[in-house]
Design a protein around this ligand. Structure first.
Ligand code: C2E
Ligand code: MG
Ligand code: MG
Ligand code: MG
Length: 287
């Protein structure tokens, strides 16, 4: 009897594996198509505003993939998939190109978006051709280097490859700002902070979300703000969802914030409408 159960278990397991393998193969094919002419990939944009007057400081581009049968594929899953099947370079280039194209469109139409921030993965920074790609892209779209920011997660600095450091330096040398994302969740970066040309720290949303009920989260938030200030960096609080969180980070002198309280990430046309609406109302957030 044990044997039957085992075989049944094996059959179930192998059916599961089969399904997962099948789904993965399908995703790979569809991602290749989406990166080509197939479409289906999109960027949504989340506003980043000044804590003092609510003025738009920039937007962060966030990847969206609405798969025809699976629905929304989370961006981190998409990035992991692209890493696995050797498409991460193409994905990074796709995101950079789309963000710059949309930024150039806003410029043409007089929509005031100070800069667009793009997330890149660790392997994108291993690509020594990245700085040249970015330089050409900016030229092609008629953008200035300050129009673009690249975000790298703090984890990249955990064990920084010399290639990564060189690429970050070269991107910075173009005049493009580098921002350290999810700051506070890594373990190593304090010792690397002064070696990298980083202009901005993004306080991870896990701290922001605990501000109201966790003394430690408040203390860490204050520390990150102090580090940023003493190193001459901008700090962006991410994941601000409540008035109390906004009040705390603003009160502690955090210059910029983003989060659902201000706006969810939205498609380019909705962002444009959001900006127009706010400038028409000219109603900055209360201090
Ligand atoms: P991230 O760069 O730290 O982006 C912030 C995440 O928090 C986004 O999740 C955003 O939608 C979400 N968020 C924003 N405001 C709030 C809030 O008030 N509350 C909560 N709970 N969440 C908020 P999303 O879009 O699912 O992206 C997840 C992660 O995927 C990003 O984290 C980033 O690391 C990665 N990612 C997104 N787009 C790209 C991309 O184009 N390339 C690469 N390599 N990674 C990307
Ligand atoms: Mg980010
Ligand atoms: Mg982040
Ligand atoms: Mg994060």
């Amino acid at each position: 009897q044990a044997k039957t159960q085992e075989r049944g278990g094996f059959r179930f397991f192998s059916a599961e594996l089969n399904r997962a393998a099948h789904e993965r193969a399908m995703l790979e094919t569809d991602l290749r198509a989406a990166l080509g002419a197939g479409g289906g990939l999109q960027l949504h944009y989340q506003p980043q505003v000044a804590s003092t007057d609510g003025l738009l400081q920039g937007v962060e581009a966030l990847l969206r993939w609405n798969h025809p049968t699976l629905g929304a594929v989370p961006p981190l899953r998409l990035v992991a998939l692209a890493e696995e099947c050797g498409l991460i370079r193409q994905l990074g280039q796709w995101v950079l190109d789309r963000a710059c194209r949309e930024m150039a469109g806003w410029r043409r139409r007089g929509v005031r978006v100070p800069h667009v921030a793009v997330n890149l993965s660790a392997s994108n920074f291993l690509d020594t051709a990245l700085p040249e790609f970015i330089g050409q892209l900016l030229e092609r779209h008629g953008l200035a280097p300050v129009d673009l920011t690249v975000e790298m997660t703090e984890g990249v600095m955990l064990n920084p490859d010399p290639l990564v450091l060189a690429t970050v330096q070269a991107v910075h040398a173009l005049g493009v700002q580098v921002s350290l994302d999810d700051f506070g969740t890594g373990y190593s970066s304090l010792s690397h902070l002064h070696r990298l040309p980083i202009r901005e720290l993004k306080l991870d949303k896990s701290f922001v979300q605990d501000i109201e009920h966790d003394e430690m989260a408040r203390a860490l938030t204050v520390s990150v703000l102090r580090i940023g200030k003493s190193l001459g960096m901008t700090v962006v609080a991410e994941g601000v969802e409540t008035e109390a969180q906004r009040h705390f980070v603003a009160g502690e002198g955090c210059p910029v914030m983003q989060g659902y309280l201000i706006s969810r990430p939205v498609p380019a046309d909705e962002l444009e409408a959001w900006i127009e609406e706010r400038s028409a109302a000219a109603e900055p957030l209360p201090a």
